[in-house]
Design a protein around this ligand. Structure first.
Ligand SMILES: Cc1cc2nc3c(=O)[nH]c(=O)nc-3n(C[C@H](O)[C@H](O)[C@H](O)COP(=O)(O)O)c2cc1C
Length: 202
């Protein structure tokens, strides 16, 4: 098995921050090179339960997931919905399809926070994954119509994204341009570019 601490990608992708963020945040990044090692059903349920402990408007918990392990027919069906830029995702151990239930359960009215809360749940899932040395990668690059038809998704749901999950492997496993992306350092806007005291800058 690969000793992941030796991987070039780990060092390249670590968040270099001005302020001292938690290690799980520092070490989460959107990987593409995944090991053969499967993710067990118990581990997958741990990740999904972590997602469920996310906050949501009125505790509606609008998140719904479809999951498939590599080798299962549904995995191939999910993979076939992805666009070319995500063709690296066939190496994932698990693919998730993340959906948002659009309406409030009690009133049937639109839940205007649904997508917000699903995004929060997805990030919670990925932080739990980071704590277990499992890497995840959200993907908005997919064929929406094909996804809706393939998975018989009714109008009650909005498709949020796919998520690839797996244990990390070496960047050399990937073809270009994915190999280079796997070792390209991450960057972020500084806090003072998006957070302002009391009012927006003029
Ligand atoms: C909703 C969403 C959709 C994304 N879609 C894709 C995608 O289709 N393909 C891809 O390679 N990365 C995708 N990403 C990953 C982003 O490119 C990545 O999160 C961003 O570049 C920051 O990098 P980091 O997650 O490694 O910090 C997506 C991320 C999110 C949150």
């Amino acid at each position: 098995m690969v000793n992941i601490t030796d991987l070039e990608s780990i060092a390249a992708k670590e968040a270099r921050t001005l302020y001292p963020v938690h290690d799980f945040i520092r070490h989460r990044w959107s990987a593409r090179s995944f090991a053969e090692r499967p993710i067990g059903q118990e581990e997958l349920h741990t990740l999904l339960e972590a997602a469920s402990w996310s906050a949501s408007s009125m505790n509606e918990q609008p998140w719904v997931y479809l999951y498939a392990h590599r080798g299962e027919a549904a995995f191939q069906r999910m993979y076939d919905c992805l666009l070319k830029g995500n063709r690296w995702a066939d190496g994932a151990a698990v693919l998730l399809l993340s959906l948002a239930r659009k309406n409030l359960t009690s009133k049937g009215e639109a839940n205007r926070h649904a997508m917000h809360d699903v995004g929060a749940a997805n990030t919670t899932l990925l932080l739990q994954a980071a704590s277990m040395d499992i890497y995840g990668h959200m993907m908005g690059g997919f064929d929406m119509q094909k996804t809706i038809e393939t998975f018989h998704i009714s109008d009650d749901f909005e498709v949020a994204c796919f998520i690839a999950l797996g244990y990390l492997d070496a960047p050399e496993k990937l073809e270009e341009p994915f190999r280079t992306r796997e070792v390209t350092p991450r960057n972020r806007k500084p806090v003072d570019a998006f957070a302002f005291a009391g009012e927006l800058p003029g």
